[in-house]
Design a binder for this molecule. Structure first.
Ligand code: 6LW
Length: 540
């Protein structure tokens, strides 16, 4: 999306600053000897990992945000750097009618040494379903989607066998009628690497789950590995909320039969006391990798509630060393809590966790890789450069499709601060510009400058299940028109407070202790975390 000619009605932002302030990150660590969990804080769910040589690649799902599927690289699986987005052009990702909770579900990244090619398989929900993209060099971008209509369901993952054959495992409806809600199955299809086509019919490898007599639900997120001649099928089970877990099956032949391990679940937090410190919940949907030193690691999703169960930060990426017990990869012994600090030699600076300070002065000619838009941009509504970001107040507002004028960044902490400086002269009472805290179309909080009775006014508006209420307003002196005004949000778990400053460092409250539980997954539903960003609309 190219530069747009800045007009008088554009909202012009000078910077965006974000600071994390979570208690669990106050503990000092020596990053050369240990790392923090989560390794990617904020909504980075369904992690998948692969390696080529001593370089590691990690991806996450992004639903209906654009660009899609962030790509991280590192040499130590700790100091991740975002080096791209796998789906970063409309020909790869056309999100226009999808709700924010739909779009791109769990991705799986893999590297095939035999043809020196990287593959990524994923699902576009309410679109063309399962597809593959591939590349010889992730830094140079990925192919357009290769559709896989033969494969239904979600969570596809590629496996390259040592006889040169390849297979895709995924989860889908059982073969025949589902016997109960959540009854699903793991399927396998052979994949032709020369034609990128599916060969033959699919086969069920696991029906129901690790212990069918217990009617397990939502067996999903499968990955297939081979170790010492054994095929290992690892899956998530229990659903992605507090009942989440990871289970493992083994077989002598790729087509099974797959036997569940007696050590299952190899990861869960569901049996631990509710009142434990630094509570991590919902752990599961893992992928494992053996590093170039022979140590095996697991990445998986988990959540950090700020009270009993609510979190606004979505499902995050965690990492733990794996212990092999009798050829079974145990991620965490049962009834052990996920540690927030893990010993690991040779780690580096962690860029996506800890109480980080992140600031964008908009000096770069293009917008940074971390910025997210809601669905695929349909027109040019922003421009960046010379230290300014200009956003056009387009007709869409943040609850409307296809593409509101919003550029956001993941909320990565329960306690945080966001600040910006804005120059905006609204033409009419429907125009507003400022900061939006967005969970989804029906659950968000907007803080901005607009007009009321033809006077400039600051407003905080919460939308809870689609119903909007004004939490606070402050009239601005008319003389301020055309001058910059600073906006700041202080988040503290279940409440956010909103401040403004148009006189040097004098901050005035616009609305304090506003209910922010409406931005939690528990209240708003869905699979994403809160995204906080710069926003302008002509239709508030
Ligand atoms: C993901 C699947 C899941 O594809 O949710 O609840 C989907 N489990 O494994 C989106 O994260």
């Amino acid at each position: 999306m190219g530069a747009v000619n800045v007009t008088a009605t554009d909202a012009v932002f000078d910077y965006y600053a974000y600071r994390g302030k979570d208690k669990i990150f106050e503990q000092k660590i020596n990053s050369r000897k240990a790392y923090r969990n989560p390794v990617l804080a904020g909504f980075y769910p369904d992690p998948s990992i692969c390696r080529k040589g001593d370089t590691y690649y990690l991806v996450n799902s992004t639903f209906s945000y654009y660009p899609g599927i962030p790509l991280f690289t590192s040499k130590d699986m700790v100091s991740w750097v975002q080096t791209g987005n796998v789906l970063d052009r409309p020909s790869q990702l056309m999100l226009d009618k999808q709700a924010i909770r739909d779009g791109i579900y769990a991705p799986a990244i893999s590297y095939n040494e035999r043809n020196d090619t990287f593959y990524l398989v994923t699902t576009l929900i309410n679109g063309f379903g399962n597809f593959v993209v591939k590349t010889k060099d992730p830094a140079k971008g990925w192919s357009d989607p290769i559709l896989l209509p033969e494969i239904g369901g979600i969570d596809p993952s590629l496996f390259f066998d040592d006889d040169g054959k390849a297979y895709i495992v995924n989860c889908s409806a059982p073969d025949g009628k589902a016997e109960y809600d959540g009854h699903s199955a793991i399927w396998i299809h052979e994949y032709d690497l020369t034609t990128d086509r599916i060969l033959g019919k699919g086969k069920v490898l696991v029906n129901k789950g690790s212990n069918p007599s217990k009617k397990p639900v939502w067996i999903e997120g499968p990955h297939l590995y081979k170790r010492d001649g054994q095929y290992l099928l690892m899956c998530a089970e229990g659903g992605t909320e507090t009942n989440h877990s990871e289970v493992i099956f083994h077989a002598d032949k790729v087509m099974g039969p797959y036997i569940p391990s007696s050590k299952n679940p190899i990861l869960t937090q569901r049996d631990l006391p509710e009142d434990r410190e630094n509570k991590i919940t919902c752990t599961g949907h893992a992928d494992i990798i053996t590093d170039h030193r022979g140590q095996t690691w697991a990445v998986f999703l988990g959540c950090r509630p700020y009270n009993t169960d609510k979190f606004n930060t979505g499902r995050e990426t965690f990492m733990l060393p794996v212990k092999w017990e009798d050829a079974v990869p145990v991620i965490l012994p049962q009834s052990e809590a996920v540690p927030v600090v893990v010993q690991k030699k040779g780690g580096g600076k962690q860029n996506f966790t800890g109480n980080l300070l992140w600031r964008d002065e908009f000096d770069a000619p293009v917008i940074g890789l971390e910025w997210l838009m809601i669905r695929t941009p349909q027109s040019s509504w922003y421009s960046i450069g010379q230290g300014k970001l200009s956003i056009r107040p387009v007709e869409q507002n943040i609850s409307e499709k296809p593409n509101p004028a919003f550029l956001g960044r993941r909320q990565q902490h329960a306690a945080f601060e966001v600040e910006t400086s804005l120059v905006f002269t609204p033409d009419n009472e429907r125009q507003l510009a400022g900061i939006a805290c967005f969970q989804n179309e029906k659950y968000h909080i907007v803080f901005g400058l607009t007009l009321q009775n033809n006077k400039p006014i600051l407003k905080v508006i919460s939308t809870n299940d689609g119903v909007s209420t004004v939490n606070g307003t402050v009239e601005l002196p008319v003389a301020n028109n055309g001058h910059s005004i600073k906006l700041r949000i202080e988040g503290n778990g279940a409440t956010y407070s909103f401040y403004a400053s148009y006189q040097k460092d004098k901050w005035i409250p616009v609305a304090e202790n506003v209910n922010a539980e409406i931005l939690s997954t528990q209240i708003a539903g869905g699979f994403t975390g809160t995204v906080i960003g710069l926003y302008a609309t002509g239709n508030q």
